[in-house]
Design a protein around this ligand. Structure first.
Ligand code: HAM
Length: 423
């Protein structure tokens, strides 16, 4: 026998019943983006490698070690997208979507990073991201933060997450801070771990992000971006914080929060949870006013975020799981009533378009049919048996409680119609 071929490590298949939770999550997310008036954009999974090098940054973990890059048959270097912001900007420039206008976009789909797989960290993972282009004002930061907060509320997850926020200031302020960091860390070179030594000149800001407990004190005393920031940037950040409080959104200012991608300036933010172990960030984002120009477009301010769907779902399932079954009705019938069962299933689907209805096809005992209804986690089983049917009666059973009732077929139909959802 030949060896079976398996999925790539860190890349997962998804099927029932888990897929039901994914679909419920996605429906809530899509509805939320609509409520906040964002439009969907779809773009390719594969892009030129140069796109990510120029945007995410040559010295970031993503570009240094995590990209799936290959040379295609034309000798071009291509990369499976590790994130969506750079791709979204590329697409917007290419199609003139952000020229002198406000553009609010969202996207959802797989991203690829060659990280060490573990719970909550995958090599193919799913993100939903939003990008708000064309407005520089502080209220756009607040609006996107409010959108993710709304999503957390919808999912019942707000009390299980913490929003951390920071400002990186304007690019010249960032540069002054960066220079001060290099000088400071040069003075304390012996206290740096290997990773930090490597980052010292390439990306000193990332040293602040280090989780190494032995460097905690060193990092706490490191130069703070706030000390290099002009009044304008400080006022801007104050306005964001004030507006968040005004909306009742709780936050913690974390001066160490720098984010792992190079394109940010001013506000950056991240939601994390203590319920998922090491991979605790469920959503992150910030402003990136320089990126559009850096990728060849006209200077366009922007802000956005992306959430990791696996992590969001793992958190949801941990604290307030979605219902597993999505099948409302399963029709079990005697052999002689199979034609009626098919007809009835059609009628019931039309009467209530949002409901899923299955009827057993093929020959099987009532017991075997019921077994399938239970396996599919159906809410109700409707029995069409020859004797009862002849009297215009049906029997239905709540499969969660086991409660059984008999009713006239007319009554049953009215009940079904009454619970009809408007679609
Ligand atoms: P990011 O922080 O790299 O930001 O990723 C956003 C989220 O994706 C993370 O908070 C996490 O939930 C999830 N994530 C990242 N890597 C993995 C992984 N290996 N496995 C599972 N989940 C993961 C960005 O990607 C930016 N493009 C966000 C943004 C949009 N900034 C502005 N606009």
């Amino acid at each position: 026998m030949s060896q079976t071929i398996r999925a790539i490590r860190g890349m997962n298949d998804c099927f029932a019943p888990d897929i039901h939770a994914w679909q419920q999550l996605e429906a809530i997310l899509v509805r939320a983006t609509k409520r906040y008036a964002f439009d969907e954009i779809r773009f390719p999974i594969v892009e030129s490698t140069a796109l990510f090098k120029r945007s995410v940054g040559e010295a970031t973990d993503i570009v240094e070690k995590e990209m799936y890059t290959f040379e295609d048959k034309n000798g071009e270097f291509l990369t499976l997208r590790p994130e969506g912001t750079a791709v979204c900007v590329r697409a917007c420039i290419e199609h003139g979507l952000i020229h002198n206008q406000i553009q609010k976009l969202w996207y959802m789909g797989p991203m690829f990073r060659h990280e060490r797989p573990q719970k909550g960290r995958y090599r193919q993972f799913y993100q939903l991201g939003v990008e708000y282009f064309g407005a520089e004002s502080w209220d756009t930061d607040v609006e996107v933060i409010a959108l993710f907060q709304h999503i957390l509320n919808q999912l019942g997850l707000d009390s299980f997450t913490t929003l951390e926020i920071n400002t990186l200031g304007a690019p010249p302020e960032r540069k002054a801070h960066r220079d001060a960091l290099v000088t400071y860390f040069e003075h304390h070179h012996d206290k740096l771990d290997e990773d930090s030594k490597r980052r010292l000149y390439r990306n000193p800001l990332r040293i602040l992000d280090s989780k190494n407990k032995e460097m905690k004190e060193l990092l706490e005393d490191a130069p703070k971006i706030q000390d290099y920031m002009g009044q304008e940037s400080l006022n801007r950040f104050e306005a964001v914080l004030k507006a968040l409080s005004g909306l009742g959104i709780a936050y913690q200012v974390n001066p160490q929060l720098v984010r792992g991608l190079d394109y940010y300036s001013h506000t950056v933010f991240e939601w994390s949870t203590d319920r998922l172990g090491a991979q605790s960030a469920v959503c992150g984002g910030g402003r990136y006013d320089g990126l559009v120009e850096q990728l060849g477009g006209k200077k366009t301010p922007a802000v956005g975020f992306a959430m990791g769907l696996e992590r969001l779902l793992e958190l949801k399932q941990e604290v307030a799981p979605f219902s597993e079954g999505t099948l409302e009705l399963f029709i079990v019938s005697d052999e002689a009533l199979r034609q009626e069962a098919l007809k009835l299933a059609q009628e019931l689907r039309e009467l209530k378009p949002s409901a899923a209805v299955e009827t057993y096809c093929g020959e099987a005992s009532i017991k075997a049919q019921l077994k399938r209804a239970n396996k599919k986690l159906a809410q109700t089983a409707l029995f069409l048996t020859t004797d009862a049917w002849a009297k215009g009666q049906v029997m239905f059973k709540d499969l969660a409680t086991g409660e059984q009732k008999e009713a006239s077929f007319k009554e049953w139909q009215q009940h079904w119609q009454k619970n009809r959802d408007a679609l």
